[in-house]
Design a protein around this ligand. Sequence first.
Ligand SMILES: [Zn+2]
Length: 332
Amino acid sequence: MKRYGRPVALLLGGIAIAFLTPACGRDTPATRRTNPERLRPTPATAIETRPAGRPVPEGDEAALAEARSFLAAPARSETCGPYRLVSDADDRLVSTLRAICAGPVATFDSIYAERLSVTPAHPPRGTLVLFADPGRFRAYVAARADLPQGYAGFSLATRGLVVLPAAGVTADELARTLTHELAHLAHRRTFGADLDRWLAEGLADAVSDTAHAGGQAPLTGFAGVEGLRVRLLGGYATGRARPLHELAALPEGEFDRGRVSHDYEQSALLVRFLLLDPELGPLLRGWLAARALQGGGIDSRFPPDRRPDWDEIDRRFRRWLGAPEPGAASHR
Ligand SMILES: [Zn+2]
């Protein structure tokens, strides 16, 4: 899910899968950094692995019919890359949508696989419901008690639906929101069970904050997230940004629930930092690749074996961001 201006996630019907963590050989920091063996199950156990990903349905008919009932008539149906597209958009908006479908939507799976070093186990599928009138979108969301209000879009991965308003935003912002929601469907196709919230959101932003109506920009530095960085630096300056160990351990229901929250900015920037870091990048990608396998005996939470631990990652992350070191005075 994406909050106006900032992404947000809701995962309905996630299934928790317990992983057994096999004893890994203790190794030196140097080998730990580059040695993928640490992420593989010990040969003696001969654990059989299979893709953890789950298929995304074409689009739950009942849920789709409900969403359709809030669209202005006549609603039009067409395709958007590999997805079905249902909308009440006029011709001008449809041509904007078609450009986005031919751009970041069409290249989505290759960008996802390339940036995260994982390949979804199931093909891209689902229905995109785009509202030309944001008021109709809000009316639809308000009619559903289980959907939080005030978001720029949402996805129901287990039902194969992505729903968002298409008007009132720039074409580039629409491309980012749509790509962000497609990432939640791709998380299901790749990892099956829900990822920790910070990771699900951060990964979705790693493939969507660089999207624009014509395609994708490379993932570099703070390109595309300058505003988030300023907001998060404000959060550190006021002492409102969480320590990373707290963000990583945050239960689903507590994510982004504070009156003033930096959970999304922190998740987006943390995952970007991890992916771009020469040491932590390979560690995260290796862990994601193993996490995309079921029965692999991989540590179900990042970082595996807590090495480095969150306090160490927190120090490096703040240095990268330009935030004060932990414990440095903050003015609340
Ligand atoms: Zn999200």
